[in-house]
Design a protein around this ligand. Structure first.
Ligand SMILES: NC(=O)c1ccc[n+]([C@@H]2O[C@H](COP(=O)([O-])OP(=O)(O)OC[C@H]3O[C@@H](n4cnc5c(N)ncnc54)[C@H](O)[C@@H]3O)[C@@H](O)[C@H]2O)c1
Length: 430
């Protein structure tokens, strides 16, 4: 174990850098700053850094007040100057890991973070990768290039993978009280990793390698993706059989063992559930292993927005109306309730699909005041309080934001397609 780094961590003298100040990195940087660590919040986006410097953020789980306090106390130093990395004892990488246009893992942001580490870090350092990625990535993309520069493991470098499990908007579980899995490249790496994370997280779960930690994250999110897909298929089947899926789920859920509820919906969104299983299936394919579960789940989930539009068309037809020229209101653009994240949101696809059918579409989302359509047109949200649902031929509820009170929906919507069961008095668990 490197006693200089571990002593500094114990005394809270270690300087910690968090690379990437997004949904994952900013709450983590703040957690370290609030525990007394000088924390460099590094981001390549000057706009993001300026915003954080001004004590403002759109990351929901971080209040401007908390941010401003950490800035005022000088514990959080937001910067886009990589030169500051030369001071640090620990670096935590929280950069995006999207897919390429051919649906393969895009780890270029991790590679660019590693290039900055190579160029600027001059003393022994602990590095933890938190970005979701495929098993083997930490070894390939972080360990290998750094060791090739002549740095030595367990002398100059201590490296872990520790997946981030943050659930934006979750009032119960946040950075500090969500158990953290950590897998190190060596015994000394894991000792430092465990010690560092214990400073800010209640429970640290040590596993035997970075690969187990990488795989655990993908398994968690693939589990969720597959189960949501299964419920989506069940809801389509129930439609065909003329059975209410929600009442069925409420009944199934009364079983006190052997059942875990997931809910159907208009599809899946966010940076995790639609993407993470693709990282896993890509890696598995390299060993000629083809995951039928992942392919099937992706196929079902990605078709759900089209199914919503099909259902909307049928509902209107039953009223003797055509979808073309019908006035349709979408309730909710973000991919899940009570957050402002539009990434991969199925609502966007429903919106575009309705437009392509010449419907007149408007939306209301208290968390998303505006968004840009595929053709670049800026759309503004209608105001929920002053909105008259009666003005629309059809209302489609896509996100069950708490703001959407069911009494108003039930009272005013002349025709409703509720993909989340929001209009019912029995609310779903997930
Ligand atoms: N958002 C979630 O709910 C969530 C949950 C668990 C895990 N994750 C994973 O965490 C990672 C980060 O996700 P996020 O939601 O915070 O992304 P984000 O897009 O909100 O933030 C990422 C930030 O990294 C910055 N960045 C990009 N390249 C950089 C570089 N080379 N150096 C420094 N900064 C750089 C971007 O400017 C951006 O501000 C992803 O791998 C994601 O899959 C996300």
């Amino acid at each position: 174990m490197n006693h200089t780094i571990s002593n500094k961590i114990e005394n809270r003298d270690a300087i910690v850098a968090v690379m990437g100040l997004g949904y994952v990195g900013l709450p983590l940087a703040l957690a370290f700053a609030e525990r007394g660590f000088k924390t460099i919040g590094f981001d390549i986006s000057e706009m993001t850094v300026e915003q954080v410097k001004n004590g403002e953020t759109s990351v929901l789980d971080v209040s401007n007040h908390r941010l401003q306090t950490a800035l005022f106390e000088g514990k959080l130093v937001p910067t886009s100057d990589p030169g500051l990395l030369s001071q640090v004892d620990a670096v935590i990488i929280c950069v995006p890991t999207p897919l390429t246009s051919s649906h393969e893992p895009d780890v270029s942001a991790i590679e660019s973070a590693v290039s900055l580490i190579k160029a600027h870090i001059i003393k022994p350092v602990f590095i933890s990768l938190e970005s979701t990625t495929y098993p083997g990535c930490t070894r390939e993309v972080i360990v290998k290039p750094l060791v090739e520069t002549g740095k030595h493991l367990d002398e100059d470098l201590f490296i872990c993978f520790s997946p981030e499990r943050v659930d934006p908007g979750n009032a119960l579980y946040h950075t500090e009280n969500t158990p953290k899995v950590v897998g190190g490249i060596s015994e000394a790496s894991i000792q430092i990793g465990e010690m560092l994370y214990k400073q800010v997280i209640d429970q640290v779960v040590v596993v035997s390698s970075p690969e187990v930690a990488e795989m655990s994250k993908l398994l968690e999110n693939t589990f969720r993706c597959v189960n949501i897909a299964f419920m989506n298929e069940m809801s389509l089947m129930c439609d065909r059989l003329g059975i209410d899926i929600w009442e069925t789920l409420d009944a199934a859920e009364t079983k006190p063992f052997g059942f875990m509820r997931f809910n159907p919906g208009p599809g899946v969104g966010g940076h995790c559930i639609p993407l993470d299983p693709m990282y896993l299936s890509w890696k598995a394919k390299q060993t000629n292993f083809f995951s039928r579960f992942i392919e099937t789940a992706q196929d079902i989930n990605s078709n759900m927005p089209k199914k919503v539009v099909e259902k909307a068309t049928n509902l209107l037809n039953e009223q003797g109306a055509a979808i073309s020229k019908s006035k349709i209101l979408l309730l909710g653009m973000s991919y899940k309730k009570n957050i402002n994240d539009l990434r991969e949101s199925p609502s966007l696809e429903v919106y575009e699909e309705l437009l392509s059918k010449n419907a007149i579409v408007e939306y209301c989302d208290p968390y998303v005041p505006f968004f840009k359509t595929k053709s670049g047109v800026l759309q503004n949200s209608l105001d929920w309080e002053t909105l008259h649902l009666k003005d629309f031929d059809l209302v489609i509820l896509l996100t069950n934001h708490t703001d959407f009170d069911r009494e108003k929906i039930n009272r005013e919507a002349s025709l409703l397609l509720d993909t989340r069961h929001r209009s019912s008095h029995k609310m779903p668990v997930h």
